[in-house]
Structures are given as structure tokens and as C-alpha cells.
Design a protein around this ligand. Structure first.
Ligand SMILES: N[C@@H](CCC(=O)N[C@@H](CS)C(=O)NCC(=O)O)C(=O)O
Length: 198
């Protein structure tokens, strides 16, 4: 049984979606977190070293960081095929997109959000616009990041786009709108949304 430490309307919401997609037995442990508007507080019941969500516990193993949880769950529950296994022709692309989400998209977006320009302008990731151009080119060949195959990487990207598209962080385009609708139109997304608030 997987235990998901979750707080509504946060980065852990997409892991209810993923757990539904992979068909894992799971329970949700609802915890409080500090919110961007200054509300909320760290929850002593949450074992995360920084008080954040998502985090999962599985038979004594603790996993946190979105990309790590996605890989852990799709490796452990391969039945529905949303995480290419070792040896699969799309495994390399799958690992790349998971790492790209954590190591490129999130920092690029956060720097854009905070309007930070580093001296020299060359941290370990490109500007958000350049990263989005790469994502867009990939989806043009799509319909998913891995081509024909829906994967947990689409859950990370698609649910994030669903939140920010159309706002100052991300202009809406027909291609991205169609992508978001494809991801959030999945039955597992609706089942997860029904459990988000507890
Ligand atoms: N890099 C982490 C980020 C996790 C994260 O920042 N989660 C936010 C919720 S969206 C949180 O728990 N914030 C509470 C806090 O920072 O104390 C991941 O992708 O899992």
C-alpha cells in the first residue's frame, strides 16, 4: 500500500492522478503546508525533510521529489504502461523528460516568476521561453512528449500547464490547449480531482 502525503491544490494533486493511472493500491494522508500567500504551516505529521508535498511511503521506503516519485511508481506498477521500462525504445526519452521537468522547467519557470536575471545569464538551464519552445516542438510531433505514447512525464507537464497557461507565465496556444485538454480529459484525472480536497 502506497501512502501519499498530500495537500489539496498543490504539486501532490498530480500524484493522485498518477496513482489512479497506474492502478496502485494507495491511501492519502492529508497534511497542511505553507502556502505562497502566507497561509498554512508546516505539518509535524509530514516526514518530508522540508515539510513539502508530494512524498510517498511504500513499505518503509520514503520517496520525494516529483520526478523521483513518478519514476518509482511507474517502475513499480508497470501494468498500464505509462512508464517505459528499461530496454524500451522510449526509456531514454522518458528519463530525459522527467529530469527535464525537475532540472530545467521548474527552475526556468521559477526564475521567470521571480523575475531573476543571474549575472552572466547562463545558469544550468535555458530561459523559460527557450525551454517552452523545445516542449512545443516536441508536442508538434506528439501528441505526447514521447510521441504516440502517454506517460507520467505528460502528467507532470500537462497538469502544470493546466494551472499556468493563459496567465503571465505561459501564453495559451492552440497546441498547448489541445495538449492540456488531452491530459486533463483522462478519466483518472477526474477520479483524482474528486479526492483532492479529501
Ligand atoms: N521540487 C519539489 C517541490 C515540492 C514543493 O515545493 N511543493 C510545495 C507545494 S506545491 C510545498 O510543499 N510547499 C510547502 C513548503 O515549501 O513549505 C517537487 O517537485 O516535488
Amino acid at each position: 500500500m502506497i501512502t501519499l502525503f498530500h495537500s489539496p491544490r498543490s504539486r501532490s494533486s498530480r500524484f493522485i492522478f498518477l496513482l489512479e493511472e497506474v492502478g496502485a493500491p494507495y491511501e492519502i494522508h492529508y497534511v497542511g503546508i505553507r502556502r505562497g500567500d502566507g497561509s498554512g504551516a508546516r505539518d509535524a505529521a509530514n516526514p518530508h525533510p522540508h515539510g513539502k508535498v508530494p512524498l510517498i511511503l511504500d513499505d518503509g521506503q520514503m520517496v520525494f521529489e516529483s520526478a523521483a516519485i513518478a519514476l518509482y511508481l511507474t517502475d513499480k506498477f508497470p501494468k498500464n504502461g505509462i512508464g517505459p521500462a528499461i530496454g524500451d525504445a522510449t526509456r531514454g526519452a522518458y528519463l530525459t523528460w522527467l529530469a527535464y521537468y525537475a532540472g530545467v522547467m521548474e527552475p526556468a519557470w521559477m526564475m521567470k516568476f521571480a523575475q531573476v536575471d543571474l549575472p552572466g545569464g547562463a545558469p544550468g538551464w535555458p530561459p523559460a521561453e527557450e525551454a517552452m519552445a523545445h516542449v512545443t516542438r516536441t508536442l508538434e510531433a506528439g501528441p505526447y512528449l514521447l510521441g504516440d505514447r502517454f506517460s507520467a512525464a505528460d502528467i507532470l507537464f500537462g497538469t502544470t500547464f493546466a494551472l499556468f497557461m493563459g496567465g503571465p507565465m505561459m501564453p495559451e496556444t492552440p497546441l498547448l490547449r489541445a495538449y492540456v485538454d488531452r491530459i486533463t480529459g483522462r478519466p483518472a484525472y477526474a477520479r483524482a480531482a474528486a479526492r483532492d480536497e479529501g
